[in-house]
Design a protein around this ligand. Structure first.
Ligand SMILES: C[S@@+](CC[C@H](N)C(=O)[O-])C[C@H]1O[C@@H](n2cnc3c(N)ncnc32)[C@H](O)[C@@H]1O
Length: 226
């Protein structure tokens, strides 16, 4: 039996069509609401878990410079490079738990489930501490997560509380392109991971779909480096 392809290898060429382009409208709306509400001002940015680089391209089109895109998937980054060809954005192949930017940035974003790929609270704590190091004093991190609101928010597997996300071909009954394992954290777990990370929580707001029957809700967080 052959081993399954690493996450996003099969998906990368079709990601924008089957998922990314539709999600981008929601991601942008949620981000802009936070930006307006909290009066965010930033000259430099990094989008961590940038995938195919759509948000990076958006920031560059707004004149933000420099903008870094960071992802651990070479297949997603290859798409991001093509999309951002010639616009001055820079890309790094890195795991966000060991994030190292060449310069600190005023804004760090991490959107559309990226942090849900971390399956244990210590990993989430490590990632948020890495974000704090990457953000300049007074700068902000904006990240969204699928949060666990009830019993349906996943299945206990050993120490982890995980959910399997199937990205399907041709609708709900199709065969999967890929099945991803994520963890839906409770707000308490996210608060505990933020404490001591070097970031201070400024706001948490529900966005997009809240699925009480599935025991999950998507929440966008704004945190500041003092
Ligand atoms: C659902 S996609 C979101 C992509 C993009 N942010 C968007 O909104 O379309 C999640 C991305 O996070 C990346 N990712 C997941 N875990 C990561 C990690 N530990 N370090 C870096 N990137 C990661 C994946 O490779 C993938 O590109």
């Amino acid at each position: 039996m052959t081993a399954p392809a690493p996450p996003y290898e099969t998906l990368a060429p079709v990601y924008d069509t089957v998922l990314g382009d539709r999600a981008f409208c929601r991601i942008l709306r949620a981000f802009e609401r936070i930006e307006r509400r909290y009066g965010l001002v930033f000259r430099s940015a990094a989008d961590v878990g940038c995938g195919t680089g759509t948000f990076v391209a958006h920031l560059r089109a707004r004149g933000v410079h420099p903008v870094w895109g960071v992802d651990r998937s070479p297949h997603m980054l290859a798409r991001a490079l093509v999309k951002n060809d010639g616009n001055g954005a820079r890309f790094l192949l890195q795991d966000l738990r060991t994030l190292r930017l060449p310069h600190q940035v005023a804004l760090l974003t991490c959107q559309f489930d990226t942090l849900n790929y971390l399956l244990t609270p210590p990993e989430l704590r490590t990632a948020l501490a890495a974000f704090a190091h990457a953000v300049e004093p007074g700068g902000h991190a904006v990240f969204d997560m699928v949060t666990r609101t009830g019993e349906g928010g996943g299945q206990r597997v050993g120490e982890a509380w995980v959910r399997r996300v199937r990205v399907l071909r041709h609708g709900p009954r199709g065969t999967p392109y890929e099945t991803h394992v994520q963890r839906a954290y409770t707000l308490a777990e996210i608060g505990a991971a933020l404490a001591g990370s070097g970031l201070q929580l400024r706001g948490a707001h529900r966005v997009g779909e809240t699925r009480p029957e599935a025991g999950t809700a998507r929440v966008i967080f704004l945190a500041r480096r003092p």
